[in-house]
Write a protein that binds this ligand. Structure first.
Ligand SMILES: [Zn+2]
Ligand SMILES: [Zn+2]
Length: 222
């Protein structure tokens, strides 16, 4: 939805009542110039009645009074090309303000503002999102159903031994690149979720697991 000076619906922007045309300007007799004398000097400037065109509208349009356009709020559908980012400008030809009577209207420029998404973050042509998994899924590997930015879902393979913070890539599932047939990638950033204060059987199993695994994640660090 936008406001602009639209070409007049009755005269189509010419400013002349339909069926009538232009006549030679009576003030300058078609020369488009007016002469003024000031002492010994003579100056020429654009005719005040016709604006220098030499012609005037014989009967001004009854709707726009010869202005050729009128303020209008309009709602139009605009095709936004795939791959635009915040700040991209999209041109809509002929939807700008009407020019002077008889001139074609200008263009409408739309500045794109890409709104943020609850799940996906944009990094250039790539899209990044957090994928929470359990430590069992991380250790053993898993096939996890994930949403796709363009809609729909797909199965992502989390390989065994996946670490927290690791990025799993789905090639070509990011944003299409402007003026290119290629697309960015989709990255799932692994977030390992651990149970909060496990008790009973879970606590026993974890203790046993720790003993059986016998791993030292800080080995060699300090
Ligand atoms: Zn004139
Ligand atoms: Zn008009």
């Amino acid at each position: 939805m936008f406001d602009h000076v639209a070409p007049c619906g009755r005269c189509g922007g010419s400013g002349a009542e339909p069926g009538t045309g232009t006549v030679t300007c009576p003030r300058c007799h078609g020369s488009g110039q007016q002469r003024v004398s000031q002492g010994a000097f003579q100056f020429a400037h654009a005719c005040s009645q016709c604006g220098g065109t030499g012609t005037i509208i014989s009967s001004p349009c009854s709707v726009c009074s010869g202005q050729g356009g009128s303020p209008k709020t309009e709602r139009i559908n605009v095709r936004i090309p795939a791959g635009v980012d915040t700040g991209s400008r999209v041109r809509v030809a002929g939807k700008g303000n009407a020019g002077s009577p008889g001139a074609p209207p200008g263009d409408l420029f739309i500045t794109v503002q890409v709104s943020s998404h609850g799940i996906f973050r944009r990094e250039g042509a790539d899209i990044v999102f957090d994928l929470p998994i359990t430590f069992a899924e991380a250790a053993r590997g898993a096939k996890i159903e994930i949403p796709l930015p363009g809609g729909g879902k797909t199965l992502l393979t989390v390989p065994p031994g996946t670490q927290g913070g690791q990025k799993l890539r789905l090639k070509g599932k990011g944003f299409p690149r402007l003026k290119s047939k290629t697309a960015g990638d989709l990255f799932a950033v692994i977030k390992i979720r651990v149970p909060k204060a496990p008790k009973g059987e879970a606590a026993d199993l974890l203790e046993r697991l720790d003993r059986v695994l016998d791993m030292d994640p800080r080995k060699g660090l300090w």
